[in-house]
Design a protein around this ligand. Sequence first.
Ligand code: NAP
Length: 264
Amino acid sequence: MKYAVRSRGDQVSNALREKIKTYLQEFGLTYDDIEPAIVITVGGDGTLLHAFHYYKHRLEDTAFVGIHTGHLGFYADWMPEEVEKLVIHIAKTPYQIVEYPLLEVVIRHHGDSDCENYLALNECTVKTLEGSLVCDVDIKGDNFETFRGDGLCISTPSGSTAYNKALGGAILHPSLASIQVSEMASINNRVYRTVGSPLVLPQHHTCLLKPLNDVDLKITIDHLSLVHTKVKSIQCRVSEEKVRFARFRPFPFWKRVKESFVGE
Ligand code: NAP
């Protein structure tokens, strides 16, 4: 089996990456950065986000597993002390695959028939560079509200524990093929009114954001950030593609939530 190891780049993570490479080579596995069947990340959830984007063109053929060299992560849930155990699992046992939903984002611009397609593992956020974001929010083809405020965050279930959580969004179990729309400081008064609560949309519902003011937008896709001008619409929905994680032991999602946010 072909594998790759990606590190956050700090000394501890790099040393662990080299150790994993040596172990797996001893077990007869082939290191292949281009077409790995399994990608081991060493660092944190951010490292796994980077690895996901690096291999997003071959999601069907790649499974991810994450080791954390900092705090417990949602994607990076193996501890450095467990690395020998993990390596033996990878080399010797057929692993179970767990699939998580992804967010598809299509950005269209005024005066341009082409569109830009993105895939997010955590979320897409839409903000302005200056002033408020004013945009119509359509859900499944119908106008739902006009949003005015700092911005909007559209997250995946596995991304619900990241930025979405900081915005007061709900934590969603990654088995729910859905996306969540959460507000960033909406202006609510007699003129402007939004629902105020995060919305969870099922797989067959599309959320379309249509900016009403001609401002430059800062649109993020996970850790990637781009400035867009003349944006006509941002279309968000559950992607048909999924991300695959290699599972070697049960580690229930709610246990990870408890350990990360509640403690003992
Ligand atoms: P960063 O600012 O270096 O890291 C953001 C933090 O989010 C890190 O602690 C990271 O964990 C954690 N994280 C990432 N994915 C997560 C997930 N699914 N569940 C729980 N925590 C998660 O930014 P980055 O490394 O470029 O990562 C980009 C991500 O940062 C975005 O996707 C967004 O979700 C998050 N973010 C959060 C806020 C906020 O909470 N207010 C604001 C901006 C961006 P590790 O330390 O394990 O890498």
